[in-house]
Write a protein that binds this ligand. Structure first.
Ligand SMILES: N[C@@H](CCC(=O)N[C@@H](CS)C(=O)NCC(=O)O)C(=O)O
Length: 58
């Protein structure tokens, strides 16, 4: 599993980080830069056509 995360202040990835911390779950993560629009790159859109974070790749 790989969590595609984004730094603060993005609230939706933060909500997932809070949930994982509360459950004591440690996942491998990679950070997507919303400011640099990495969520709209071709590679990322192939994973999530909505072009948003977070996503969990299984
Ligand atoms: N329904 C999605 C919404 C995800 C979402 O809106 N993510 C925002 C960051 S908090 C995002 O990717 N914004 C960048 C964009 O839409 O280009 C969820 O709850 O995970």
């Amino acid at each position: 599993m790989l969590l595609y995360d984004a730094d603060n202040p993005a609230p939706n990835p933060r909500r997932v980080r809070i949930f994982l911390a509360e459950k004591g779950i440690d996942l491998p993560r990679t950070s997507i830069s919303i400011i640099e629009r990495e969520q709209k790159s071709r590679d990322y859109l192939a994973k999530n056509s909505l072009g948003q974070v977070p996503i969990l790749e299984l």
